[in-house]
Unconditional design. Structure first.
Length: 148
């Protein structure tokens, strides 16, 4: 099976083209990163190449302006690496997507009946002190609603 996937990825159809495109973008990204000052590197990503233009995405307008000053140096480095068809750099501001924090955990609630059953079980059959305390804490989470 592994040889079949490798053959498919190296073919000229579908995923083979996609793999080559990804590798090309990764090479371009490395060239751009070597060219840019270290402070700007994490804020700039190669987004594509189209009709002689290298498209870069930056995370804000200020950094895009600073990178724009480096565009001739970037084009020269690309030419030196064999990308002679790229003659200018286009910059677009694409702020990073906000990182969503997970929702806060919902408070644990069990019904009054379940809490009564737990208390009954621990009163009758629980000899382990650690288990007894854990079940007591669980029973303490009973809803205040008597209907449950």
């Amino acid at each position: 099976m592994a040889s079949h996937i490798t053959t498919l990825l190296r073919s000229d159809e579908g995923s083979g083209q996609l793999l080559r495109r990804v590798q090309q973008l990764q090479r371009l990204q490395r060239i751009v990163e070597r060219t840019l000052p270290e402070a700007l590197r994490p804020h700039c990503r190669v987004a594509g190449v189209d009709e002689g233009s290298l498209l870069l995405h930056c995370d804000n307008q200020t950094r895009a302006g600073l990178i724009r000053y480096q565009s001739r140096t970037i084009v020269s480095a690309l030419h030196a690496a064999g990308y002679d068809t790229i003659d200018h750099v286009t910059l677009r501001v694409r702020p990073p997507a906000p990182v969503r924090s997970p929702p806060p955990p919902r408070p644990l609630r069990i019904s009054q009946r379940a809490a009564a059953d737990i208390r009954k079980i621990i009163a009758e059959k629980c000899d382990d002190p650690a288990l007894y305390q854990a079940l007591q804490r669980l029973a303490a989470h009973a809803d205040d609603d008597p209907k449950s």
